[in-house]
Design a protein around this ligand. Structure first.
Ligand SMILES: [Zn+2]
Length: 211
């Protein structure tokens, strides 16, 4: 790694300050500053209505909000997104429906992470494969369906005992099965730490949208 001896134009940050390369944004819900990675972007759609831009890929003016129920509902109530995006106030802007679309977007993201793990062969699916993976390989995370039986839960918890394997409770057996075009899947293991970390963040964000 190449070291840069000095960067005179960048102000020196005090020790312990978060080093985020992206400039901070202000959440239009709670008005706190945060890194864009912690926020979700909103844009005005072609119809002038506030729309989510979960991948932060759309052009034009953007507004940012914490992906939490509290911030999204505060934003909708005060019409802060419309003001920030400089579009007409939407009397019918509904915090609940924005939370629902956010939840859908995060659910799709979680599923696509599992598909990526499958395609990159860093996934073990089902009890037998997970047991074998826990014995033989470094497992970054075990995902247990929320409606999984006690045997699946204890297998995951025992397996996580040694060496930093996370246990993530997520989704249902039939939804997890649906991701892989199978029947029910109660248990799966992720071998890739980056995918596991990203899934853990996505699951945390889903939890922050609950009532
Ligand atoms: Zn906020």
């Amino acid at each position: 790694m190449q070291m840069t001896p000095q960067s005179p134009r960048r102000p020196t940050k005090p020790d312990g300050a978060r080093d985020s390369r992206a400039p901070e944004r202000t959440c239009v819900g709670c008005r706190q500053a945060a890194s864009p990675h912690e926020l979700v972007r909103l844009v005005a759609g072609p119809d002038g209505r506030v729309a989510l831009d979960p991948k932060a890929s759309k052009g034009g003016r953007g507004a940012w909000v914490h992906p939490t129920r509290a911030c999204v509902e505060a934003m909708a109530k005060r019409h802060a997104a419309e003001r920030s995006l400089k579009v007409d106030v939407q009397r019918d802007l509904d915090g609940r429906s924005l939370v629902a679309s956010l939840r859908e977007a995060l659910t799709r993201k979680a599923a696509s992470l599992l598909v990526v793990a499958s395609r990159t062969r860093t996934l073990a699916l089902g009890t037998e494969a997970v047991t074998a993976a826990l014995e033989r390989e470094r497992v970054a995370a075990v995902v247990v369906a929320r409606d999984a039986g006690t045997s699946a839960v204890s297998l995951a918890e025992e397996g996580s005992g040694s060496g930093g394997t996370r246990v993530l409770r997520h989704s249902t057996k039939s939804e997890l099965g649906g991701v892989f075009h199978r029947g029910e899947v109660a248990l799966l293991a992720l071998l890739d730490t980056r995918i596991a970390a990203e899934l853990a963040t996505t699951i945390d964000r889903l939890a922050a949208l609950e009532d």
